[in-house]
Design a protein around this ligand. Sequence first.
Ligand SMILES: C[S@@+](CC[C@H](N)C(=O)[O-])C[C@H]1O[C@@H](n2cnc3c(N)ncnc32)[C@H](O)[C@@H]1O
Length: 315
Amino acid sequence: MAIPAKPGSYARPFLKWAGGKTQLLGEFEKRLPEELRNGTITKYAEPFIGGGAVFFWLNNRFSFEHSLICDVNEELVLSYKAIRRSTDNLIALLGELESSYLSGNETEREEFYYEIRNAFNRKLPAIDFTRYSADWTERAAQIIFLNRTCYNGLFRVNRKGGFNVPFGRYKKPEILNAENIRDVSRLLKTTRILHGDFETVRKFADDQTFVYFDPPYRPLNPTSSFTSYSKKGFSDADQVRLAEFFRELDAKGAKCMLSNSDPQNENPEDCFFDDLFDGFSIERIPARRRINCNGLCRGDVNELIITNYPVSGTR
Ligand SMILES: C[S@@+](CC[C@H](N)C(=O)[O-])C[C@H]1O[C@@H](n2cnc3c(N)ncnc32)[C@H](O)[C@@H]1O
């Protein structure tokens, strides 16, 4: 059964990730299924893992017998697998990147950043994402380094899959946190890590599983879209397919929670998600995300939290 986790395991995200859910954890806390607390749920699946804020948070609180994480971004999945498999080697490589970076002045740091970014992009055609190799460890170290030192801590690629975020000017970025990498690795040892579409979790999810879905946002407006987690975007047709999948897992007895941006922030008439998830619990929660606009920026926007089980204690 899902029991409270042992103290001492505090793994937390090792990458900054667009759409990270750290700020909503308090809201999720109030909406966890009762079956998670009473021990009926023993499995956890997160098919849009990204930086894993919810995955790490939940696993620090509950010990699942089995967990599965998945993402369509192959560089991200490679990083999770490399941390699990070559922890010490990765720590050593990241330590070297950190020392070289921190020993330079600002111009040297910038040059070093672009050197690593170029090396990372040049190597892409030679990487076999389907088979583990020593190259993976170097690549994971570069991904973490670039993520920690790039502008805004993003992972964004162009159409060809090249990492294209410019240099970020940080005084003393935390590049290596060896203790966290070890904690993450320990947790991942009991986690299945899959690369692919969210439907990949189909077989795993059953009536003892809690599934949290955090798909790419439906853009608030045409200029606010951040759609470059991967070469392929996430269209309205994908959102529809996801809602159908949510219904399928509901029919299997899985407990499901999904978050997304609320299109009614922009257009109060837009019932896209209300229609798609008709019959489920749909709540609108204020979030500290702002509409990306020039001049007239509105304040906080709502986030949707949709569950296929009744939520208690939230009002
Ligand atoms: C909003 S982010 C998840 C953020 C995550 N909850 C966190 O806290 O960092 C959405 C993720 O979905 C992934 N993604 C996009 N399309 C996908 C698909 N069809 N199947 C699985 N993952 C997908 C993206 O690569 C991205 O990592």
